[in-house]
Design a protein. Structure first.
Length: 375
């Protein structure tokens, strides 16, 4: 299998660990391990203190799956498959899809959610976002038009990276009904689950609403625990999860023993992570709105209703990639250009999960005001 380079990750690899300010990160500031362990129950603390660093269960430990299960309404312990999030996506598409299958995916979108299908020989159609009513929007009617007789999978992502869009519950259920009416599997990337703001309530997990849906969630975005490298698939389709489990034998085989315990603690204390992260995101969105008011000639900003990111449109003559490269080289501010999403060359992703956003915006303000072409 000849996989195309993952543009977002290659761009982050180039700048993430040298740039002073990550203005495009989709995750929130990471929590210290000591902060997680401070929340542990006596049983979890004992499990940590007595941990032996051997192999773990392929599907995830029983305590971890029990901690995951409590955040769903219909999912049982045997309907959970734990792995790293990227691995879960890769394995699922390999066991579900084959050359000649048709896949529908949102656009713009995180590349792995469609690239694996493409490189397996699938035909991929993109459900394009619009900007109706001064907000990003994915119209279910447009999705319906893309379905063909050999559509095997629909891929969705809410809250959406990079636009920060989440649909109404009515639209969400319509999307699921479209998949159900045509007997199509639905892969729902829910990595930003519960990061809702602006009065927008979290959506139910797709796996709780549709028997042929597979949902993906994990610790990186919601919890600010990206370093655990842990996620999970949940589905009523147990046979499909068994195939993913077998495929995993050729990849990681099992999960990190330390990460499993830390993730269990986090899942059993969800609000201790979600509430501070959402408050930080909301405060940074307000800061960014004020920044936008000072620089309307430079970019357009559609306020997100969920998640930790937004997708701005640059009103400049140079490409987003050229601007981003000049910016990081001259100021140390990393901005992720839309070329990394294979979505033209005039947008950029903004991330709201970092506490130093005010400092980054002050520096960016000086950079823009000192350059006549951006005023």
């Amino acid at each position: 299998m000849d996989l195309k380079d993952f543009k977002v990750e290659r761009y982050f690899a180039k700048h993430e660990f040298t740039a002073k300010y990550l203005l495009s990160s989709s995750d929130c500031d990471g929590y210290r391990m000591s902060e997680v362990l401070a929340l542990a129950s006596s049983e979890e603390k004992a499990r940590w203190d007595n941990l032996t660093l051997g192999y773990t269960e392929t599907v995830g430990s029983e305590p971890l799956r029990a901690a995951i299960q409590q955040h769903y309404t219909t999912i049982g312990p045997d309907e959970i498959m734990v792995s790293s999030p990227g691995e879960a996506n890769f394995a699922l598409m390999n066991v579900l899809l084959g050359a000649g299958d048709h896949v529908i995916c949102m656009s713009p979108m995180y590349q792995s959610l469609y690239q694996v299908a493409k490189d397996l020989g699938c035909a991929v159609s993109f459900w394009q976002a619009s900007t109706d009513n001064n907000q990003w929007y994915f119209d279910p009617a447009d999705l319906k038009k893309l379905i063909t007789s050999n559509t095997r999978l629909i891929v969705i992502n809410f809250p959406h990276n990079p636009t920060g869009f989440s649909p109404s519950l009515t639209d969400y259920k319509e999307i699921i009904d479209i998949a159900r009416q045509h007997g199509i599997a639905l892969f729902s990337d829910e990595m930003y689950r519960f990061l809702n703001h602006d009065g927008h309530l979290p959506l139910p997990s797709a796996c709780d609403l549709y028997e042929n849906a597979v949902s993906l969630w994990g610790t990186a975005k919601t919890f600010g625990l990206a370093g655990l490298r842990l996620g999970w698939l949940t589905s009523k389709n147990k046979m499909l999860l068994k195939k993913v489990e077998s495929f995993k034998d050729y990849l990681s085989i099992c999960n990190s023993a330390t990460s499993e315990i830390l993730a269990t603690i986090a899942l059993n204390n969800l609000n201790q992570f979600v509430v501070p992260n959402v408050e930080k995101i909301k405060a940074n969105i307000l800061l960014f709105e004020q920044f936008h008011h000072r620089h309307t000639a430079f970019f357009d900003f559609l306020k997100p209703n969920s998640g930790s990111t937004a997708f701005i449109k640059l009103k400049i003559k140079e490409t987003a990639m050229d601007f981003a490269e000049n910016l990081v080289n001259k100021t140390g501010i990393m901005l992720l250009p839309s070329e990394a999403f294979e979505f033209g060359s005039s947008h950029a992703r903004i991330g709201f999960g970092r506490k130093n956003m005010s400092d980054a915006l002050d520096l960016l303000d000086g950079y823009l005001t000192s350059n006549k072409k951006y005023r």
